[in-house]
Design a protein around this ligand. Sequence first.
Ligand code: NDP
Ligand SMILES: O=C(O)C1=N[C@H](C(=O)O)C[C@H](O)C1
Length: 274
Amino acid sequence: MSDAAMKLVVVGAAGRMGQTLIRLIHSIEGVTLHAAIERPGSPFIGKDAGEISGLGANGIIIGDDPLAAFLHAEGVLDFTSPAGSIEFAGLAAQARIVHVVGTTGCSQEDDTKIAAAARHARIVKSGNMSLGVNLLSVLVQQAAQALDAADWDIEILEMHHKRKVDAPSGTALLLGDAAAKGRNIDLAAKSVRVRDGHTGAREAGTIGFATLRGGSVIGEHSVLFAGEGETVTLSHSATDRSIFARGAIKAALWARDKKPGLYSMLDVLGLSSH
Ligand SMILES: NC(=O)C1=CN([C@@H]2O[C@H](COP(=O)(O)OP(=O)(O)OC[C@H]3O[C@@H](n4cnc5c(N)ncnc54)[C@H](OP(=O)(O)O)[C@@H]3O)[C@@H](O)[C@H]2O)C=CC1
Ligand SMILES: O=C(O)C1=N[C@H](C(=O)O)C[C@H](O)C1
């Protein structure tokens, strides 16, 4: 593996995560900002990426041509939108580079396209890049396995800022998936994502989701195991977006010498059980 700093492109550079990534790349050894991209027509095209992120000018001008940016880069950090991430995965595959995807709200069809791109790109995708949430997912899987479905109901509660556009959050779904693995059930078949009106009594063995939106909340997640007379709650609070950015940069460095494929943050953190 090269000793030189890994050349990274930040797509969605002017977004909340884009700006956080640009600040963090500046302060972490072993990585360097190669280019910053926004969509064509964005008011941020032509602006200095360092200035936009509050660092002061760094000479990297935000552009709108990802293909040109990826050509001489080694990795892409992507917290954008499902359509954007599909496009960037295809371009990362063409350039044979690392693609770290934090974007949430992807459909099954979107995920299939990203998995196809992973035949040539090294893709790390996760609904949450933080160490804390990935550790929590391991604990949730263990608790779900230990607590009998007939006696313990699983409910997942999340809250995010008012500008978030997808629900349930990628993290809530990741935690739901961990719970479903612990119970050896299919999450899609057993999840209850909305309740309204006369719903009838709760069906045993299902996994419920509840979503709150408001203010500037960065990310709150709780998994409740509700039994007769007692409740076990496992939770995570994010108080700074740098936890996600740090995880994404760690993922890019980890994937630098890996074979093409689709990886998760559990793989990066060595928490994977397979
Ligand atoms: N996995 C994780 O750990 C985390 C995941 N996320 C996820 O990351 C995503 C972004 O979050 P956040 O930064 O808060 O959102 P923002 O809306 O603040 O930023 C997204 C940025 O991406 C840009 N963008 C969207 N689509 C494209 C495209 N096709 N080409 C180029 N640029 C594009 C947006 O531009 P425009 O405004 O013009 O659309 C915007 O500048 C969300 O899906 C969020 O859930 C967030 C935090 C952590
Ligand atoms: O949109 C956000 O802000 C976040 N999105 C991710 C999610 O959907 O879980 C991760 C984090 O909670 C912040």
